[in-house]
Structures are given as structure tokens and as C-alpha cells.
Design a protein around this ligand. Structure first.
Ligand SMILES: [Fe+2]
Ligand SMILES: [Fe+2]
Length: 266
């Protein structure tokens, strides 16, 4: 048993639609207790039918025990819910967005220690809109102007190299750099030499009998015909993907990162 004074953070990968939300409703309270979790962060960009986030979903997440919701490119999909969703105090959109309401940096306390959680979006193989400033420069600016002990980044990006580069840039400067967006969990979790916990992608929480959460037949048809069609959420093989982080409350350095995948009967 470690005698270190540590904070435990559970970060859950992109919650996809109702199947993903249901997992939280039914299990988050137990996980909090079982793993002694101090703080729960979920990426909620796909929470509303796979695309975007609603005020109602935010309300439910609070009730389930979620402390903070990060996001990414899909956060702007539900135009009818913007900017109300982005005004919610626990919702982050990428901080490097230009001229979009809301915020990408949260500052508060985790386990009684000052903490900063921030959200950035990558540039490579991502949509052109909304306009974004360079996430690497933005990351340095945020970190250099903050004095919090614990610092956690959700870097929402497509390519492995962009995320790994961000990990190295922030090595020793933050407690954790966690990648999201691909919906596929990577097996490369590690502690970088400066004490930064790292994983290229946390994965997704939703139906795995799918193509990254969506009905696979429709996606396959789309690839064959090249014609877009309305995508719908898949239903089966529901799994939760997450990482459990232990962070030293005195130094803000990472102690451990544990990759989690739990399957449920659908
Ligand atoms: Fe996503
Ligand atoms: Fe995304």
C-alpha cells in the first residue's frame, strides 16, 4: 500500500449516446466507491445521440456523479443547445477554439488540492471549423500561467503522433495528458519521465458492435458508395473505457495510470 498523499481521478472516454449514458447511470456510484475516486471527468461530445451534448444530459451526468465534462469537435453539433450547454460550469469545449462561447479551462479543487483541467483540440485530420489556434502554443500558455498543483489535459485529436508530441511537450509540466477522439483505446499508457501520466487514446464508452459507436452496416455502405447517409447509434456489446489516475497531492506528479475496459451485457 502506498503511503503517498494521493488524489484519484477517473477519466472516462467519449460517452456515446444512450447506451453510454446508461452505463454511467447504473455504475458510476459503485466505481467511485470501489476505486476511491475523488473526481470524475467524462468526455461528453457524443452523449446526445452520438452528436453533441444537451443541457438535459449535463443535468443527468451531475446526478450520476460526474464532476466535469470535456469535449471536442462534436460539441457544436447540437446547435439548438448551444450556447446553453457551453454556459454550464462543468462543461469544457476545446480552449483553442476561436470565437466560440464557453470555456476550455476549469480551475477548482480535486481532493482538497488546487487543480486545473483543460481541453484542447488537434489540427491534423480534423475538420477546418471551428477556427482553432495552435494547441501546442495554447497548452504552453495555459500551463505557464497557472499555479495549480494538479493539471490534467484532455487532448482531443485524431493522430497518434500529434498526441504523443503533446505528451512530451507537457512532460513534467502537468499531471496527465489524456488523448480522446478516435474512440479506440490504445495500450500505451505510461508515466513519462517527468512524472506525467499519458495515454494516446482513452477510448469510448458505448456500443462496440459498431464502427466507433455507429451502426456498422450504414458506415460500411457509406465507404462503399461514397454517399453520406444518416448515421445511427449501434446497440450491442456495450463497454466502458477509462483510465484511473493516481496523482501525488504534494507535487502534482503522476503516481500511476491504469487502463480500464469493462464489458456489459446489452
Ligand atoms: Fe468522440
Ligand atoms: Fe471527437
Amino acid at each position: 500500500m502506498s503511503t503517498q498523499n494521493k488524489a484519484v481521478v477517473l477519466f472516462i472516454g467519449d460517452i456515446v449516446g444512450k447506451p453510454g449514458r446508461r452505463i454511467l447511470a447504473e455504475n458510476l456510484e459503485n466505481w467511485r466507491e470501489e476505486w476511491n475516486v475523488d473526481f470524475v471527468i467524462v468526455n461528453g461530445e457524443n452523449a446526445a445521440g452520438g452528436f453533441g451534448l444537451t443541457v438535459n444530459a449535463v443535468k443527468k451526468f451531475r446526478r450520476y456523479g460526474v464532476d466535469l465534462i470535456t469535449s471536442g469537435n462534436h460539441i457544436l453539433d447540437r446547435k439548438d443547445e448551444i450556447p446553453a450547454v457551453l454556459q454550464e460550469d462543468i462543461v469544457l469545449r476545446p480552449e483553442n477554439y476561436v470565437d466560440i462561447p464557453g470555456k476550455g479551462v476549469w480551475s477548482g479543487e480535486i481532493a482538497g488540492v488546487s487543480a486545473l483541467v483543460f481541453n484542447l483540440e488537434g489540427l491534423i485530420f480534423m475538420e477546418e471549423e471551428p477556427k482553432r489556434v495552435n494547441p501546442f502554443k495554447k497548452a504552453l500558455e495555459i500551463v505557464e500561467n497557472s499555479s495549480e498543483v494538479i493539471k490534467i489535459l484532455d487532448f482531443h485529436a485524431e493522430t497518434t503522433a500529434e498526441k504523443i508530441a503533446m505528451g512530451w511537450l507537457l512532460n513534467g509540466r502537468v499531471s496527465a495528458v489524456l488523448g480522446t477522439h478516435t474512440h479506440v483505446q490504445t495500450a500505451d499508457e505510461r508515466i513519462l519521465p517527468g512524472g506525467t501520466l499519458y495515454i494516446t487514446d482513452v477510448g469510448m464508452t458505448g456500443p462496440f458492435d459498431s464502427v466507433i459507436g455507429m451502426d456498422k452496416e450504414g458506415i460500411i455502405r457509406r465507404f462503399i458508395t461514397g454517399e453520406s447517409e444518416r448515421m445511427k447509434i449501434a446497440e450491442d456489446d456495450i463497454r466502458m473505457n477509462a483510465v484511473l489516475l493516481e496523482i501525488d497531492k504534494d507535487t502534482g506528479k503522476g503516481i500511476s495510470i491504469r487502463r480500464i475496459e469493462i464489458g456489459f451485457d446489452s
